[in-house]
Design a protein around this ligand. Structure first.
Ligand code: ADP
Length: 494
């Protein structure tokens, strides 16, 4: 069936990303926005746009009944969930299909299977997929788990089966800490996911996070779009991603990408997905971690090196078409890096930063992409994810892509908001990053190196300009003008 109109059940940069592909494909878009987002680009750029009010997310972006109602009212034939929000919610996907609409994503059954780390490992056990040595059985008696933990050896990780975003996960260094860590992991898991089942995994020392982009259709095609290295993480959240993964031999690249493609073939997966692995450079071993059943935040770097539009393929597959490519058509050319710009203060415990965006600096170099959901005048609030933008560069090789993104970071400013821009630059300019010696604990290990430093004269001048601009806005908007020093916490707002 042809898809003519898509409701985008999301906001910000990913809503705009989906709109741009829809425009190219001649598909109309319907977007949604809350009361405070009336002037946000995603509210303005949909062909139609609906105000979904205000209140907790359960009343707005997660309000399934409201979304279905809007899809029907606007005659949309499909819903694209983006990432986050309802993108991995099997109940929603089922509801969408029951209402005669197309869910642009995998089947609800695949979402359920992959949302459950224990169930997924049990289902994949018969396949030739390497798992981290550990325990993912049904017996959850603490003493049984302790016995298993002793067999596996310390250090190890206790993980919530329903976990995500690092929640319900505990590193256990020695046997004496096991029971108390188990209890606290279970408590956190129960609170966050309503389910306290856990699994145990051996802790892999200095691993890298390597994931494979995959895509399946309903005609028996199961392809991979190569790997991404997402080892630069802060508190288990990715902040810099790149492809190809540095220092990965062709042999391992071939094995890991084939392993992911055969996994989705085995389960007859439909749509876009990402198979995540931990890779241990020491002995070149890799282990399956989990599969994410959606488009990832970091999908643009794959698009840059493969020259494929992943959202377009998602839409074609959802419409029942074949993926318009063979595996041999998909090649990695050059190198791409993405950094995630957050509204936060890296030099003050990464506290979230809020306020009005006074100006957005746009990168000028060729082959650099800025995916953002904000323009000047928009208010950054604590209601949503603090990611302001993704900056993506492409270069003929890794060093060119790295230099280009460092240069572009200087151009991309969000005046008025504290961001992690300088922090990202500090990471990108370490000799270790330059040499591709990355691993998941990178930012903890180089904590001292990545701390605040003195501002250069140019940075000082820019921050004073920002300070001046933000002061002028405050004065223009308010009778109650602050004293001259009141805004000094904004000093490094560049
Ligand atoms: P979540 O679903 O909460 O994101 P994952 O299982 O995907 O949890 O793991 C998130 C991150 O935690 C990984 O990218 C890696 O940095 C770290 N990690 C997870 N499992 C292990 C392990 N067994 N050994 C070492 N690090 C791990």
């Amino acid at each position: 069936m042809m898809i003519k109109k898509i409701l985008i059940a999301n906001r910000g940069e990913i809503a705009l990303r989906i709109i741009s592909t829809c425009r190219e494909m001649g598909i109309k878009t319907v977007t949604i926005f809350t009361d405070i987002e009336k002037e946000y680009p995603h509210a303005l750029h949909g062909d139609e746009s609906f105000n979904i009010g205000s209140g907790p997310l359960s009343d707005t972006y997660l309000n399934q009944a409201k979304l279905i109602e809007i899809a029907k009212k606007s005659n949309a034939d499909a819903i694209h969930p983006g990432y986050g929000f309802l993108s991995e919610n099997a109940t929603f996907a089922r509801l969408v299909e029951k209402e005669g609409l197309i869910f642009i994503g995998p089947t609800p059954e695949h979402m359920e299977l992959m949302g459950d780390k224990i169930g997924c490992k049990q289902a994949l056990e018969k396949m030739d997929i390497p798992f981290v040595p550990g325990y993912h059985g049904d017996n959850q008696e603490p003493l049984h788990l302790l016995a298993k933990a002793k067999e596996i050896g310390f250090p190890l990780i206790v993980k919530a089966s329903a976990g995500g975003g690092g929640k319900g996960m505990r590193l256990v260094l020695k046997e004496e800490e096991f029971i108390s860590s188990l209890e606290s992991a279970k408590r956190e898991a129960l609170n966050a996911f309503g389910n306290d089942l856990v699994l145990i995994e051996k802790y892999i020392l200095k691993p890298r996070h390597i994931e494979v982009q995959v895509m399946g259709d309903t005609h028996g095609n199961y392809l991979h779009f190569y790997e991404r290295d997402c080892s630069i993480q802060r508190r288990h959240q990715k902040i810099i991603e790149e492809t190809p993964a540095p220092h990965l031999s062709d042999k391992i690249r071939d094995e890991i990408t084939k392993s992911a493609a055969s996994l989705i073939k085995e389960i007859k997966y439909r749509g876009a997905g990402t198979v995540e692995y931990l890779y241990s450079p020491e002995d070149e071993s890799f282990y399956f971690l989990e599969m994410n059943t959606r488009l990832q935040v970091e999908h643009p770097i794959t698009e840059m090196v493969t020259n494929c539009d992943l959202v377009r393929i998602q839409i074609l597959v959802a419409a029942g078409k074949k993926i318009p490519l063979k595996q041999s058509d998909i090649k990695q050319t050059g190198h791409s890096i993405e950094v995630r710009l957050y509204a936060e203060d890296p030099d003050n415990e990464f506290l979230p930063s809020i306020g009005k965006v006074l100006h957005v600096g746009i990168p000028t170099l060729k082959n650099v992409r800025l995916d953002t959901g904000y323009v000047a005048g928009n208010e950054v609030t604590i209601n949503f994810d603090p990611m302001l933008a993704k900056l993506i560069s492409w270069g003929e090789n890794r060093d060119m892509a790295r230099k280009k993104i460092i240069h572009s970071l200087d151009e991309v400013s969000f005046l008025g908001i504290k961001t992690n821009r300088e922090y990202l630059k500090r990471i990108l300019t370490t000799p270790e990053f330059g040499e591709g010696k990355i691993f998941t604990n990178f930012v903890e290990e180089f904590k001292d190196l990545l701390g605040p430093r003195e501002l250069s004269n140019e940075e000082l001048a820019l921050s004073l300009a920002a300070q001046y601009l933000s002061k002028k806005t405050v004065q223009a908007n308010s009778e109650d003008v602050a004293g001259p020093w009141d805004n000094l916490t904004e000093f490094r707002n560049i």
